[in-house]
Each structure stands twice: as C-alpha cells, then as structure tokens.
Design a binder for this molecule. Structure first.
Ligand SMILES: [Zn+2]
Length: 152
C-alpha cells in the first residue's frame, strides 16, 4: 500500500481539474474527461501529442462544451503520422489503419490483403478511405474509440 502511494502523485487534471493519479513521469489518464496528463501535450498546445488524440486546446474547448474528447479525422491522421498503427470502431467492427510505405485500412483481424484498402498518402486516405462504400470522412461522426493501436 505504501509502495503504491510512493509511486503516484495526485494532481489536478490539466483539462477538467479533477484529481488524477500520475506516475513518476507525470503521466496518468483522467477518469473523468479522458485526458492523458502529458507534458508534451501542454508544450505544443495545438498539436495532437501521443497518448492524447486531440490537442490540449481542443480538449479544453470540448470539455467546456460538455463534449467528449473525440478526435476529428484530421486528429486521427495526425496520430497516425506519429504512431503508425491506429484503430477505430464503426458499426460494431474494429478496424486497423497502418502506415509504413502506404497507408492501409482493413478489419482488424482480416488477413486477406485483397480485403484491405491501400493509399499512397494521407490526403488520399482522407478523401477515399471507406467502409463498405461509405466514405470514412462522411461517417466519421459515427466512429468510436478512434485511438492508438494497443496490443491485443
Ligand atoms: Zn480530466
């Protein structure tokens, strides 16, 4: 118990002000608004900085309006540029977006490359990526859990 306490400090969340446990590196996720306490995000306040999916300024604006800290498609692409492996859910399905030489989009566990979409650059991905023929940019408001990919 005392060991646990020694490792964590409690600070007010930079976005909503509720108390958050942070580790030795000052990192911890706020369970109230979802903001990850993170020094880089506070330094570059208009940039999407891992592990957050929206910039600090956008997070504050969303929080003020009572909205969740949900990334736009542009925020998601900013995350993709940094992290290279992203995921999101749409209509009950989990999708992966990978960036190496091309940008690839497909259902998470789909191993048949013919069922994946490939794009040469981020703009093409933004304009042409689709789910079952519906453009991702048009259905983005229905996308959930858009985030950095975690090991499953
Ligand atoms: Zn918070």
């Amino acid at each position: 118990m005392s060991d646990y306490k020694a490792k964590f400090t409690v600070i007010p969340c930079a976005v909503c002000g509720q108390l958050v446990d942070v580790d030795n590196f000052g990192q911890g996720k706020c369970k109230y608004c979802g903001w990850h306490q993170d020094e880089m995000s506070l330094e570059y306040t208009d940039k999407v900085e891992y592990p957050n999916m929206v910039s600090f300024n956008k997070a504050k604006a969303l929080y003020k309006k009572g909205l969740p800290l949900k990334p736009s498609l542009d925020d998601f692409i900013a995350g993709l540029k940094y992290y290279k492996e992203m995921e999101f859910e749409y209509d009950g399905m989990l999708y992966g977006v990978l960036w190496s030489e091309q940008i690839e989009l497909g259902e998470y566990f789909e191993e048949d490359p013919a069922k994946w979409q490939f794009f040469d650059d981020f703009e093409e991905f933004k304009q042409k990526a689709h789910i079952g023929g519906k453009l991702l940019k048009d259905i983005w408001y229905n996308v959930t859990n858009a985030d950095y990919m975690i090991c499953r």
